[in-house]
Design a protein around this ligand. Structure first.
Ligand code: GDP
Ligand code: MG
Length: 265
């Protein structure tokens, strides 16, 4: 019995981890996404949704499941992360969509790899192992086109420029140059460009993981977001991209740690 316990304890990774899920009206998928995250494999595990003023039961469900809820009223996928990264308590940050598409079951192995190989940043490629029905034809094409342009412009050698699953050390943001500037979907490609540029190919790597069909409706505007992503790549390449809002969460954003989420009252 004690031997097994000792063995078990030896496998617990000596780190604190925050898993950040940006959410906007994800009541169908947020519960199963949180449930799919393995427990008990690291010293401390924080699961946090950064909610963009959902009008459905997203926050209520996340609270029920024991997740931390932070409301970032400012619009945008990138905006949610630029606040979440700042307030995450863990030394390691993991990101995923709250839509059941990314494989939470591989998170412990990815964190272990980051620690053992002394990496700073892992981005997860979805294209190699995508399951049937996970990416529509047009999204697959758009993704390929954006990834192709990103490779051409930045020569950074990353297959999937649009993946939203990353595993990295929070202290990469101690370098202000590593802090992404985009408040929208292009934050995803910006993360990879910054990682390869400032951390280097040895410390910032890409690993292939499974990708699954979405649960719940996506809000992504295929053509609008595709265009914004492409425009961002070219603006970034020539240094014309701009930050529209400051890094970090607003001090008066509601947070379940302060007990001021409406659903808590
Ligand atoms: N907080 C916040 N989350 C958002 C916003 N827009 C999208 N999300 C979330 O970001 C994740 C990615 O969006 P998704 O619709 O899955 O985009 P796709 O994976 O690129 O098709 C999902 O978990 C969304 O709920 C937003 O404006 N604010
Ligand atoms: Mg998604």
């Amino acid at each position: 019995m004690y031997v097994n316990l000792a063995e078990f304890m030896a496998k617990v990774l000596p780190v604190s981890v925050t898993i950040i899920l940006p959410t906007r009206n994800e009541e169908e998928a947020v519960g199963p996404t949180i449930d799919s995250i393995p427990r008990g494999w690291c010293d401390e595990l924080e699961i946090m949704i950064v909610d963009g003023n959902s009008e459905d039961k997203t926050r209520e469900i996340a609270l029920e499941k024991g997740a931390r809820v932070h409301i970032e009223p400012r619009k945008g996928y990138g905006r949610a992360y630029r606040s979440g990264f700042d307030i995450a308590k863990g030394d390691i940050i993991v990101t995923m969509d709250a839509d059941c598409t990314y494989p939470a079951e591989v998170v412990p192995d990815l964190v272990k790899r980051l620690l053992e190989d002394e990496l700073d940043f892992i981005t997860c490629d979805r294209l190699t192992l995508a399951e049937a029905g996970s990416m529509s034809g047009i999204h697959g094409f758009g993704n390929w086109m954006l990834s192709f342009n990103a490779r051409m412009l930045f020569a950074y050698g990353i297959k999937d420029s649009q993946s939203g699953m990353w595993v990295f050390r929070k202290n990469i943001f101690d370098n202000p140059k590593m802090r992404p500037t985009n408040d929208g979907m292009p934050l995803s490609e910006e993360m990879k460009i910054l990682a390869r540029k400032h951390l280097g190919k040895k410390k910032a790597i890409e690993i292939s993981v499974p990708y699954r069909p979405r649960v719940g409706d996506a809000e992504i505007h295929t053509w609008g977001d595709g265009w914004k992503n492409l425009r961002f790549l070219y603006f970034k390449r020539v240094g014309l991209h701009r930050t529209r809002s400051e890094w970090g969460a607003l001090p008066d954003n509601p947070d379940s740690l302060n007990g001021d989420i409406p659903e808590q009252k």
